[in-house]
Design a binder for this molecule. Sequence first.
Ligand SMILES: NC(=O)c1ccc[n+]([C@@H]2O[C@H](COP(=O)([O-])OP(=O)(O)OC[C@H]3O[C@@H](n4cnc5c(N)ncnc54)[C@H](O)[C@@H]3O)[C@@H](O)[C@H]2O)c1
Length: 337
Amino acid sequence: MKRIGILGCGVVADYGHSHAIAQTDGLTLAALYDPNPEALARLASRYPEAQAFTDIDAFWRSGLDAVSITSPAPFHLENLRGAAQHGLHVLCEKPLAMTESEIEQMIGIAEGAGILFATALCYRFSPVAQKIKQMVDERWIGEVRSMRLIYLWNLHGKWERDEHGNRFESSRRIGRFEEGGPMVDCGVHQIDLALWWTGSEIIRQQAAASWVEEHDAPGHMWLHMDHASNCHTCIEISYSYAHTAQNPVDLFTYELIGTDGIIRYVRDGWFFEVRNSQGTLQLPGGSEKDFHGMYAAWRDALYTGKLGSLPSAREGLRVTRIARRATEAALATRFRK
Ligand SMILES: NC(=O)c1ccc[n+]([C@@H]2O[C@H](COP(=O)([O-])OP(=O)(O)OC[C@H]3O[C@@H](n4cnc5c(N)ncnc54)[C@H](O)[C@@H]3O)[C@@H](O)[C@H]2O)c1
């Protein structure tokens, strides 16, 4: 049994990582760490078999094989450094860090320590994403020439309320804007899918953005990417879509346009189909994420010592670089009336 520890017991550890670790054969959720005792206690109450620590040294000494880093991006470097010092393999949430040089530093530390270092790009493991990969590889729609990958949502809503009912902007939301905004936070998944599905590098990119809110990072962004294969991908991501609405709504779609047909996925209702010269095929839909599939791959990596189908840290660096450069380009050309 490989003993896994979680660093950072917030939202994604709660709904994604902890379940998947606990339910994957060959893995056991052995330890939890969070500097915030309340966050730690919330997650620990669901996993009484895991040891819970606010003391990082005690966490490192708890006999682990690997850690999942699910803290905010500004802490990923220090978390990875600690793991490397203790010879523990690392699966780290995206974005891997706040700057390219920090990510390069992390890769250097991991290589020096001889540990596995994977990026938690969990969209790749969704059955929908895997089926699209198979269809693209088998040319179900001929050659893919164009992709539209869209995610418009409210990032859990702008406001929270204190005990007196006064509203304030959610600190988690502010943190995600500070980590880089929608393209760096969510867009890295779509960039990764575009690269993985086509197997083709980006030779040119261009970004546009609008500021619906007063954060440095834009709330709504478009990224246009030309692949070496002659495919063009447009990614549109918003955090400001119905962000103040009492009844928010979102839009999550993939569209792939090929020389012989199209593939369409709409998350709402799990609509998934392919239309080509042979006819129309409705496919079983599913969620856009799959933490269980990712942890099955992580388990295999830990037992074989090879990352296999898991996105490497270098792939995590590649997508973060594209997303940050797009965001920086949008900021540099921001028009203010
Ligand atoms: N893959 C996905 O689909 C997905 C979804 C959501 C978030 N994320 C990413 O996961 C990370 C965490 O996001 P979240 O929404 O769970 O954030 P969160 O704020 O809900 O939780 C983060 C937790 O980390 C803790 N923490 C703070 N400093 C720490 C440190 N030095 N070491 C360890 N833990 C520390 C905090 O106390 C908090 O409990 C972010 O990088 C985010 O971009 C990924």
